[in-house]
Write a protein that binds this ligand. Structure first.
Ligand code: PNS
Length: 163
């Protein structure tokens, strides 16, 4: 059976992430969305890892072959842990390429048995990122359409409580 992982920080999940997960789920028999704790990211993620996992789980009830798990190890170790042989990453604008190329090369150096594959983002989500979504929401802008509805609600609640 071909099992793949879609890893990321997902702080929070965007419509672009969901699009990549849906397209990867159509290509593999099983797909594990790996949510990295990423405590080192810019002062720490806005959402706790359990919240990020839950927001993704609530976005994928229509995808029976998708599961969601947190991880705090090397990505290639997590791949072995869930018995996945492929890492699937979304690729947006050319600005992603340098970082993704570096991560793919390092992961290959760490474990050549785990293959990295890229799925191009659709033009609609080419410039969409979790950090842009957080920034828009922080300034009171609307993120409807950029994230699933329940993620927009969670962002609103989180930022209201943070004030
Ligand atoms: O959504 P992100 O923040 O771009 O995802 C980055 C992620 C979580 C995929 C990356 O930071 C990662 O793989 N972290 C696990 C630690 C690891 O394996 N690092 C070495 C690969 S360069």
């Amino acid at each position: 059976m071909k099992r793949a992982i879609v890893p990321g920080t997902f702080d929070p999940m965007t419509s672009g992430h969901l699009d990549i997960i849906e397209r990867a789920a159509a290509l593999f028999e099983e797909l594990v969305v790996g949510v990295a704790l990423s405590p080192e990211k810019g002062g720490g993620p806005l959402f706790e890892v359990e919240e990020r996992v839950s927001l993704i789980e609530r976005s994928v009830p229509h995808l029976p072959n998708v599961s969601v798990q947190p991880f705090d190890t090397l990505l290639v170790e997590f791949a072995h842990f869930v018995e996945a042989s492929v890492i699937v990453k979304g690729l947006r604008a050319v600005t992603d390429f340098e970082r993704e190329f570096q991560m793919a090369a390092l992961n290959w150096r760490l474990d050549a048995d785990v293959e990295t594959m890229f799925i191009m983002a659709v033009p609609e989500y080419m410039y969409l990122s979790s950090s842009a979504v957080r920034e828009i929401a922080r300034h009171g802008g609307s993120v409807r359409g950029l994230v699933p509805g329940h993620v927009a609600d969670a962002l609103e609640t989180k930022l209201k409580n943070a004030r």
